[in-house]
Design a protein around this ligand. Sequence first.
Ligand SMILES: CC(C)(COP(=O)(O)OP(=O)(O)OC[C@H]1O[C@@H](n2cnc3c(N)ncnc32)[C@H](O)[C@@H]1OP(=O)(O)O)[C@@H](O)C(=O)NCCC(=O)NCCS
Length: 143
Amino acid sequence: MSFSHLPLVMEIEQQAYPWPWTEGMFVDSLRNGHLCYVALEEGVLVGYAILYVAVGECHILNICVSPRRQNQGLGQKLLEYVLAASVDHGAEKALLEVRPSNVAAVALYQRAGFEQVGVRKDYYPAGSEREDALVFTLPLGRV
Ligand SMILES: CC(C)(COP(=O)(O)OP(=O)(O)OC[C@H]1O[C@@H](n2cnc3c(N)ncnc32)[C@H](O)[C@@H]1OP(=O)(O)O)[C@@H](O)C(=O)NCCC(=O)NCCS
């Protein structure tokens, strides 16, 4: 991902999430040297992922597929790609948080072998309330 992708990334982000990232969050990730990828299909941006690797842990901050292209195997491909890339950057374990209400994402992670190791109470905004985060991890090296 480069800065020039941000208008299209923001378009998908706002369609895909009830509580989307701001453009500033993507800018910070690009400036801070996070691993930022776009998935292109015949030159068309169909998804993206943002992660960082620190002390052997890969933290997946955002992974998203354009709503028009969801549920067709792209999320799984993108996840496999970024996990392999994180291993190249020294990751031995992947870690992420997900809303329990996000059934598509939970299914994606469970299918990839992630296991739930905890819950962060009231982690996400959810209208006037808060929603917990499920914490999932996956040992790497065998992806
Ligand atoms: C989560 C997301 C990245 C999955 O990408 P995708 O391309 O739709 O997923 P895939 O087609 O590769 O499917 C992977 C698995 O998830 C399941 N899945 C996908 N969408 C689903 C849905 N709406 N409901 C239930 N399961 C779903 C698939 O069935 C598949 O599992 P299976 O092969 O065992 O059936 C995509 O839904 C998305 O971008 N959502 C909005 C952003 C988001 O929530 N990101 C995750 C933040 S933690």
